[in-house]
Design a protein around this ligand. Structure first.
Ligand SMILES: Cc1cc2nc3c(=O)[nH]c(=O)nc-3n(C[C@H](O)[C@H](O)[C@H](O)COP(=O)(O)OP(=O)(O)OC[C@H]3O[C@@H](n4cnc5c(N)ncnc54)[C@H](O)[C@@H]3O)c2cc1C
Length: 506
């Protein structure tokens, strides 16, 4: 298995080390292109799930496709590394899957992986309880059931802005702005509100513990600050939980892939490669030029090494927060440019800690404020140590995990007594190819920009989990977007073939 330069690990003995992890997402050879193919039918920029899905769908429809990726691996914000010392699979970004993710389920079935799941949480180890440690309330341990009840009551009040558990305002999460059940203006009015507005409105109905837990959960879900996180995004998420917080853990934090996300992503890549996909890793794109005057090779894609590739169509999957680094010619519309300049507000922290003993494998808890505000046990390593996943909100002002390992260790140890042996993580906020976690939008962002972000720009299509219709900010949303843009490109290529009397290809 090849090694990626992505990610960080820390141990007391070795300090912080960048990259060097075994990762199934690394593809060898790093480049496979042949002469004489250009213009490609389609160039796909970015090899995350949106790009992989688009590239696979186009290649299996016998289209010539070039996949360009800045990193040395596939998977983008979702990848798995394998510990050299313990063989443990660490999910560095996107992790959890559920059968409620329609696109994910279809892909898992396609590769016969739908039963290949493992459960994140193990009960029965020594510290089988939840530690609640929030401002304004004394620290205490409670059962997981009590903690779920407390969190659920607060969350349900928070999202219940219509007296119907948000069924009236968000009946159809796959079409939030324009659907048959609620006028767009009503949704736009709610979309103006922040999470902080809503907490202030209901906090007199909550205990100090409930306010603390709710604020922490929201901060972790949004990856932002309460004041700049859109309330609507929480409502949409609740609607996707089939309007019931009973499904919160089952849908969001329970099922992982046994072989890891990178093995799944690799299946998609390998199928595309079998059908003639070409690719180049370590190849950042710097500009995309659409020249409608040309009939052949109408779009030109230039890389940081000054190579120029051409295609009839381009599918750009570059994440929202770094789209502004790409030069588009002609320039993007004023509205899209504004959206791109603003970006999203999710700057979350996710860090794995391997800690002495197996007792904490059943533990869960929150501590707020804290750089790491939630931790939960997620399995036991082959050495008998507990694996804890820690999450934090936007802590960019307070610490940079790769530079300040002592702060990371202290943050874990402040949640519950533990001895941290090793940490493993990816800092998505300092990552030049992401500049943030999965997209969470600010108030009014959806109303103003969602439609525009999903639009094409001449012969360039834009696909990203960051502006998906349904499961925005998830693996499913990325697959949705890749699929939809591939369909649009295929239709147009088919029309071009017809116009040029070329035979039907499939
Ligand atoms: C910490 C974390 C936890 C998450 N947890 C979950 C979860 O449990 N479940 C879930 O469903 N989702 C989760 N997500 C969200 C999910 O990972 C993302 O929504 C999804 O991976 C986005 O896929 P994408 O293809 O749209 O974007 P990306 O995966 O970001 O892919 C875009 C690709 O473009 C490449 N690129 C960028 N710039 C350039 C350039 N100039 N030239 C060439 N290539 C470029 C990038 O390197 C990247 O490979 C999580 C995300 C994070 C960060």
């Amino acid at each position: 298995m090849y090694r990626t330069t992505d990610g960080y690990t820390w141990t007391k003995a070795q300090g912080t080390k960048k990259g060097g992890f075994r990762c199934r997402g690394v593809i060898e050879p790093a480049s496979k292109t042949s002469d004489g193919i250009e213009p490609y039918d389609v160039i796909v920029v970015g090899a995350g799930y949106a790009g992989l899905r688009a590239a696979r769908d186009l290649a299996t429809s016998n289209r010539s496709v070039l996949l360009l990726e800045a990193r040395d691996r596939i998977g983008g914000r979702t990848y798995t590394v394998e510990g050299d010392d313990d063989g443990f699979l660490y999910e560095m970004g996107g992790t959890y899957v559920t059968h409620h993710f329609g696109y994910v389920l279809a892909e898992l079935q396609r590769y016969k992986m739908e039963r290949d799941l493992i459960v994140s949480h193990e009960s029965g180890h020594a510290n089988d309880y939840y530690t609640l440690n929030v401002e304004g309330a004394p620290r205490r341990n409670l059962s997981h059931e009590e903690a779920a009840k407390l969190t659920t009551r607060a969350w349900d009040l928070f999202v219940d802005i219509d007296g119907a558990g948000c069924r009236k305002v968000c009946p159809l999460p796959q079409s939030q702005l324009d659907n048959i059940m609620i006028p767009r203006e009503e949704v736009e009015a709610i979309d103006k509100r922040s999470c902080l507005d809503r907490i202030n409105e209901i906090k007199h109905l909550l205990t100090a513990e409930e306010v603390g837990v709710l604020s922490t959960v929201i901060m972790l879900v949004t990856g932002g600050k309460l004041e700049n996180s859109s309330l609507w995004e929480c409502i949409r998420s609740h609607a996707l939980l089939t309007h019931s917080s009973d499904n919160f853990a089952e849908l969001w934090t329970t099922y992982k892939l046994r072989e890891g996300q990178s093995a799944f992503a690799r299946r998609i890549f390998e199928e595309a490669a079998e059908f003639g996909l070409e690719w180049a890793f370590n190849t950042p794109v710097v500009s995309i030029r659409d020249d409608p005057g040309k009939t052949r090779g109408r779009v030109q894609v230039t890389t940081a090494n000054n190579e120029v590739f051409s295609a009839h169509r381009v599918i750009c999957t570059i994440p929202l927060n770094i789209l502004k680094t790409i030069e588009f010619n002609p320039p993007l519309s004023a509205v899209r440019q504004e959206a791109v300049d603003l970006g999203h507000i999710n700057f979350m922290t996710k860090i794995h800690a391997v800690v002495e003993g197996d007792g904490l494998a059943s533990w869960n808890g929150v501590r707020s404020p804290g750089y790491i505000a939630q931790g939960y046990g997620d399995g036991v390593t082959s050495k008998g140590f507990s694996h804890i996943v820690g999450f934090g909100g936007d802590e960019r002002e307070n610490f940079t995990p790769e530079k300040e390992p002592e702060k990371v260790v202290a943050a874990f140890e402040a949640m519950h007594p533990m001895k941290v042996e090793k940490t493993v993580f990816h800092n998505w906020c300092t990552d030049p190819w992401a500049n943030g976690g999965p997209a969470w939008w600010a108030p009014e962002y959806m109303s103003k920009y969602q439609d525009e972000l999903q639009k094409r720009h001449g012969a360039i299509f834009f696909a990203s989990g960051d502006w998906a219709h349904t499961w925005r900010a998830s693996i499913d949303g990325a697959l949705e977007q890749g699929s939809l843009c591939a369909i649009d490109a295929l239709r147009e290529l088919h029309q071009m073939d017809k116009a040029n009397n070329r035979p039907y290809r499939l």
